[in-house]
Design a protein around this ligand. Sequence first.
Ligand SMILES: Cc1cc2nc3c(=O)[nH]c(=O)nc-3n(C[C@H](O)[C@H](O)[C@H](O)COP(=O)(O)O)c2cc1C
Ligand code: SF4
Length: 682
Amino acid sequence: MLVSSSDPLLQPYTLKHLTLRNRIIVTSHEPAYPEEGMPKDKYRAYHVARAKGGIAMTMTAGSAAVSRDSPPVFNNVLAYKDEVVGWLKKMTDEVHEHGAAIMIQLTHLGRRTGWSKGDWLPVVSPSHNREASHRAFPKVIEDWDIARIIKDFGDAAERMKAAGMDGIELECYGHLLDQFISPATNELDGPYGPQSIDSRLRFLFDTLREIRKRVGTEFIVGVRYTADEVMENGITKADGLEISRRLKTSGLVDFLNIIRGHIDTDAALTDVIPVQGMPSAPHLDFAGEIRAETRFPTFHAARIPDVATARHAIASGKVDLVGMTRAHMTDPNIVRKIIAKREDDIRPCVGATYCLDRIYQGGDAYCIHNPATGRETTMPHDIPAAGEKKRVVIVGAGPAGLEAARVAGERGHEVTVFEAAAEAGGQVRLTAKSKRRSEMIGIIDWRMAQCQRLGVIFRFNTYAEASDIESLSPDVVIIATGGLPHTEVLKEGNDLVVSSWDILTGDVKPGSNVLLYDDAGDHPALMAAEVITQAGSKVEIMTPDRSFAPDVMGMNLVPYMRALQKHDVTFTVTFRLESVVKDGNLLKAVIGSDYGGVRKERSFDQIVVNHGTRPLDELYFALKPHSRNLGEVDYAALIAGKPQKTATNPAGRYMLFRIGDAVAARNTHAAIYDALRLVKDI
Ligand SMILES: Cc1cc2nc3c(=O)[nH]c(=O)nc-3n(C[C@H](O)[C@H](O)[C@H](O)COP(=O)(O)O)c2cc1C
Ligand code: SF4
């Protein structure tokens, strides 16, 4: 798909012998889809979808492990196994069939992993210094480890070439290769020690020489490295420029892929891969400096989520190839849409970083608002039209209801949506009130625009009754009414507390000394805490859990901590709020613990409870007796991707379903996935 266009993004690019059809790539990232360490069907389908969408090159894996003492931190590809070649070959062939190039990233994680995984081998690093994120105390690497690992890199590179890869890149930020380069992590004596830039780079160059011996000079090899750790005692910018020059003049590599920063803590990682609310393209100018200095093929990715910024990155000559990695998790068809001049149709990456945060908790990388990503073998990115047109009525225009409307519209159905509020969005609109999280509204705005294109009818400010729905003679009714906060968790004093939503909506003003009791562990508690501290108040966040805000996860926690720790905030774990009683003008919190034997009393002027939502399900139960399926979902059919045909009540007038938080409090991804997987077969 070479197109003639003046768009800088659509210009072909020649890298050695490889001609790429445009300038947009997906940089290496591990979505944690391997099965038994192998990139099987799910993995392949994910990359093939991006190739079909028009990408120039997809860079696979992310931290594929070359050695057995580099056990995956999040289900990575095991490049040290011979069987990987067959699986990769299937993927490279299929990606090539769709006109895209494909490369893979190899690494040894060094200290950035754990010893209690895989083969239970000690982790190695050029010092005993522990990495804060992964917490293993490393063994100091010995000469025989160095020789073994260099050979492992060579073996793995040979496997990648045999698998038909167009090239490889070495991961050199936060992993073993740059643990040698950074003075902060290299305390070795001898030839690989920190005494000079030559000795710090020796391990990388020995590895590159070994790789070249194995794969020859024609095979494409690059390095993705931090050219400025932005850290005390770390790799400096001057070091980075020198490293860049040496990589170029070595003749061992074909491209540079620029990173700026370090990744040994969640906060540092978030500066390298910024989340929503953080600046766009923060390291692009820096990558441009390296390119200007070296005049060598330069790639870069770091929060370039939109086409305009990507176009600027290429047009301004800052990079040769621009990474839009998370953007392609949200929409695999970006290039196709640019070519078709349908940029407005691109589903926007809202920077929620649900994708990355999940992998650090052992899950697969899923996009908060594209549930087909990573599920390409069962969920469509392009919704096929239905054989028969139906009348579909949806109640609720939050993320679940809007996704149901969009998908039903794409199927060609006649769709009406009732919404009690004046605007669409539900809980997402509440979230987007936070300036830092305002991008979340993209989830709603994109769906509204799609629904408009598809002719979906909206009835806002309408609290739908059963009769309103039935008067439309629907074939299918979908209840997506969401939920309302539930705060009645106390033995006494439920009437004395307010909810996190009361604070977020502004219905209740923050007190001056607030207890925020978080029994859900999700975003609303921390968002409410931010509002409270912004009002200049003191807040104690208390949870009965072992850690606070577990559902917020690592990278998403960073901006909250940056906002909260500057203020008068305390975090109390493992204590349970049992009761609240009046205490003059104040409220007395009676506090216990699930561990027993504790009773404390403390006074506050406001107590906020965050305990998720309870479904708004009255309408569903009112309609249920009149439906053909009596609300039943055939889970086997749902999972198998087959239509719902339950007819327990043949006299029923329509099929009735409930999705999202109207069923049970979950999250945005779950709500949207509920909608997609149900409605794609209606
Ligand atoms: C789920 C996920 C896993 C990632 N894993 C890796 C990895 O293993 N190695 C790597 O160099 N980068 C990894 N990345 C970082 C991406 O390559 C990219 O640099 C980052 O997402 C910033 O680019 P973007 O803003 O275009 O997404 C990962 C990103 C995501 C979203
Ligand atoms: S989860 Fe958020 S950051 Fe990740 S791809 Fe989706 S929209 Fe982008």
